[in-house]
Design a protein. Sequence first.
Length: 276
Amino acid sequence: MIQQKRVALINDLTGFGRCSIAVELPLISAMKVQACPLPTAILSVHTGFPDHFLDDYTARMMPYIDSWKKNGLCFDGISTGFLGSEDQIEIVLSFVRRFKAAGTCVLVDPVMGDAGKMYASYTDVMCRKMKHLLKVADIVTPNLTEACLLLDEAYPEGKAVSEERLIDMAKKLEAEGPRAVVITGLNCGESVGNFIYEGGTCEMVLAPKIGGERSGSGDAFAAVVMAASVQGMPLTDAVRLAADFITKCIRYAEALELPWNYGLPFEEYLGELAKS
């Protein structure tokens, strides 16, 4: 019997700004995978706006999870995004241990920092706890900053990162648990690079560099890779699909002259994902 694939999304739900679950759910759904949100917080807009309302969902997460377990839910994939506290990291570790079965793909997007700096809401203790998620991950998708934080290595300020160093970093991350590592958003001159390391082999997937940073790009990347992976697509093809999709969205955002914090106008291209 044919069964629809199902993914649990552990991330915040933000009303405006096209990030987190608000991006992941429609993209994954367009790829014919059922997306089941587990909110970590509810926000009016993301923190890149001058003002935001936030309702921390930490105290509600365990009863929510317990209800899923009592109802016999199971998942082909589990995707984790921004986690706002030590307690949330522990809850996610518990969730994965309870729901990961043979064949469940766990993708960890360790949202911790960017441009060489840890996010203001993060602490050294949270960074150490985040390393524990690597042990239960199948795929981990850090940017270069996050890879350095996970490995306690210095960020290469203003320097190009050699393939040798990327391989070394990926091997160290792989040794912590995941079968595959994708180091995302690398500065490769006129291109943005996504470095894939899996099974002892590596590949760089390039996309043209267009405009500046946009909110939700990492969430969109993780969502497409997650949905493609549970559908059986090879990781390199999944990364290329995600990079190409995001490139189209960024081009359209630039044409619309959208502010960076409005995110990716992905709605224009959902039909293309449905054909993938």
